[in-house]
Design a protein. Structure first.
Ligand code: PLP
Length: 383
């Protein structure tokens, strides 16, 4: 269907941060399947995991137990500071699940009253009817109304706008610690702490959508950890399977106390193959130095891009983000031309929101690869 405006490139293969198109042209891929391919293309670790697990069992449904699911749930719970995990296949589904958990929580606390959900301007949480309802961008929502009710938009990074909407009828506040799709905009420390406090005061659940900023991309497993704030629910997907589809909702015992058999389900969710991929990613992050690499490479990339900002003040406004989730905000009107020109120089970059170009390299990217990407970006800027 005509749902995506695609670049005129057809990709045949990939290796590490590189992809090769059907004409044989190589590109440095700093889109990474939109923040998914954390280990790069054709990662040996994922190839091995897929081969070994698929030779044992791929899918069994949630009517049975499997060790990869148990191990991944334990690892996510332990490293997130939360307790319980539900698996599904995508970020949208994870958010949909989180909203249902919140509504069930409100139903148990004050049936029919505690149903309000607060979300934020310029947020992005997915395109199903529930996830779309809490996506604070009218251009996505408008044609699909009526959406789910009792949803209110506050202004991102404006705590007063949340206070004005907050009361005991709120069951959840959903936010991205770093807004991704709308231009790599990190929440302020005060905002994250303030949301936590308001949720505590009104017995509402704080939901952090970590679909884009999570799984190490921000420099910690989850971006909320860089603020020292723990939500009640965290949703993740994208990089969790390094390219194999998997999503997860991680929640505190308190949040899911009332979520019981019959409330939710997912046929494919948490199948052994997907969970084995997730476990491989967790192992790379925590046992094989991937998180350390994100932090070291982040410094390097920010340094290089800020140098370009000094050199091209007529083209670049600012560089912002966290870890290897980096946005370069361009002067008005140049973003699309620079992205197109970068492609001719063999560099793939994605746009985000107004005038922002996203740099999303694989998390195991090297200094040399970053230097090469920045050199190609500079050629595009000059052009
Ligand atoms: N939440 C955030 C923050 C996202 O960036 C995205 C996708 O870009 C989603 C949710 C939706 O995830 P998915 O496309 O896996 O359904």
């Amino acid at each position: 269907m005509n749902t995506y405006s695609r670049f005129d490139i057809s990709i045949e293969s990939g290796h590490g941060p590189w992809v090769v198109d059907t004409e044989g042209k190589e590109y440095l891929d700093f889109i990474s399947g939109i923040a998914v391919n954390c280990l790069g293309h054709a990662a040996p670790e994922i190839q091995k995991t897929l081969a070994e697990q698929s030779a044992k069992v791929i899918h069994i449904s949630n009517l049975f137990w499997s060790q990869p699911q148990i191990d991944l749930a334990n690892a996510l719970a332990e490293k997130s500071g939360l307790d319980k995990v539900f698996f599904n296949n995508s970020g949208t589904e994870a958010n949909e699940t989180a909203l249902k958990i919140a509504r069930k929580y409100g139903y148990a606390k004050n049936k029919g009253k505690k149903t309000k959900i607060i979300c934020f301007t310029d947020s992005f949480h997915g395109r199903s009817m529930g996830a779309l309802s809490v996506t604070g961008q009218e251009k996505y929502r408008e044609p699909f109304r009526p959406l789910i009710g009792d949803v209110y938009d506050a202004v991102f990074n404006d705590l007063d706008s949340v206070k004005a909407l907050m009361d005991d009828d709120v069951c959840a506040v959903i936010l991205e610690a770093v807004q991704g799709e709308s231009g790599i905009l990190p929440a302020t420390q005060e905002f994250m702490e303030g949301i936590r406090q308001l949720c505590d005061e009104h017995d509402a659940l704080m939901i952090c959508d970590e679909v884009q900023c999570g799984m190490g991309r921000s420099g910690s497993l989850f971006a909320y950890q860089t603020y020292g704030v723990t939500p009640d629910i965290c949703t993740t997907a994208k990089a969790l399977g390094a390219g194999f589809p998997i999503g997860a909702v991680i929640a505190s015992d308190r949040a899911v106390e009332y979520f019981v058999p019959g409330d939710h389900g997912c046929t494919f969710g948490g199948n052994p193959l997907a969970c084995a991929c997730g476990l491989t990613v967790m192992r790379e992050l925590f046992e094989n130095g991937l998180l350390e690499n994100v932090n070291a490479m982040s410094k390097h990339l920010f340094g290089k891009l800020n140098d370009l900002k000094e050199k091209y003040p007529d083209k670049i406004n600012l560089v912002r983000g966290k870890g290897l989730l980096v946005g370069v905000q361009m002067k008005e009107g140049v973003k699309s031309d620079v992205i197109a020109s970068a492609q001719t120089h063999g560099l793939l970059l994605a746009g985000a929101g107004n005038e922002v170009i996203r740099f999303l390299p694989p998390l195991n990217v090297t200094e040399e690869e970053l230097d090469e990407a920045v050199a190609r970006f500079e050629k595009a800027l000059k052009e």
